[in-house]
Ligand binder design. Sequence first.
Ligand code: SF4
Length: 455
Amino acid sequence: MLERKATSCIHCSLACPYLLDVEDGDPVGLEYDAASPVTAGGLCARGNLAYELLRLPGRLDVPLVRGQPARWPEALSRLADEIERQPAGSVGLVLGADATAEEAGLAGRFAAECLSGAPAAIGFLSNEPAVLAEAAAAPDVPETRLAELGKANVVIAVGDLFALAPVISRRALDAKYGARGNALVYLGRDEGLTARLAGMKLTGASERRAALALLRELPGAGKSLPADVSRAIEPFTKADLAVKGPLPAAAKAAAGAQSVAVIAASVDPVAVRLAKLIAAALGPSASFLAMTEAAGAREILAAWRPEADLAAVVKAAMDGRLRGAIALGLDAVSAAGAYGGALTKLPLLAAGACFDNPTTKAAGFVLPVKLWAEKSGTVVAPGLAHSYGWILRGLAREMGKELAGRPAAAQARPMSIPEAVKAAAESAEGPRAGWTAREPSDPALRAALAGVYVA
Ligand code: SF4
């Protein structure tokens, strides 16, 4: 029977909707969802790929144990045996960022109950936990409704919004051309799509520098900042932030607008913090939204916010603290960049994946996993592919544990306002350790992973 089903792309926090034609569980066609108030049916290249992946040749569809096809009971039982043979706490876990909140909750339980507190992480390709921690920190600012972005008088993009979520560009350009005096203001490096399309751009060595420059300029445009922000900015009012562009004009346009949408599209938590402070400083006319690379990041982190990140798992492998690792849904070897070799040398490596990649090539256990539309039940998965949750539950059962419930999420510590302002004024660098629980913890790793794991 032919059915039309609704689903969505999960490759960034816009979560663009689209429709799938499904015949007896098989995807046979993609239809754009023109009724969507945010995207009007648009999908970027990544969104179109989400459909094409569903029936791309070469899917892994059967578990492999040491290169030999196996049934699931045998694969899970042998993997459980090998985990139990390793010293307690020496098998790490990495979960793909396309996990559901329930799978993230299960992964937290699995790490605690079956891996004895070994380093475990969610493999976000960017800096989602830090970004979301800063976006949620006080002061409260109304969240931007993307369906109404086109009606804003001023859109302030901190970072390359159009590169992260190109489908949003139409709404932002609607806003820019909506009325005389409207503006699209870009804050960041002088590069990328948003910089090219913005009517006003304030560019500097980093997004954080440009954001601080605008924030500092706002009181002069006739608005007063919250007292704690003003106090934090005061020591740096004369600092040369080396920002190019029409700073007073941008501040005036923002302060004088009836409605301003401040959208952070940055992996730098300092820049995200400052973007939110810009919205707060503009008062009731402004709203704020932080965008990330993973659609469900907020829900996933609410279910499980691990203490470690991928860099910490890789470092544990490099330091000899790990004897094994389970990577479900993330090509951890590639994501670890120059340090991927530390994972391939582990005596025990299990890789859950849809397609072959460097991690499956090095793994003794290869576990076929479902894509998003398959685990959400929209289409049927090929062969014996299963979800991360199904695999973790089965593996736990083989280890004599029954996983249930959802652990409480640990809290990351967001930066204070003075910390963010000081960091932006004094340093042009990107993310730095220590502000949140899940920044890459080691400076050498952070540098090596730049552009690979933490952009
Ligand atoms: S903008 Fe984001 S959610 Fe939309 S199609 Fe592209 S990657 Fe997917």
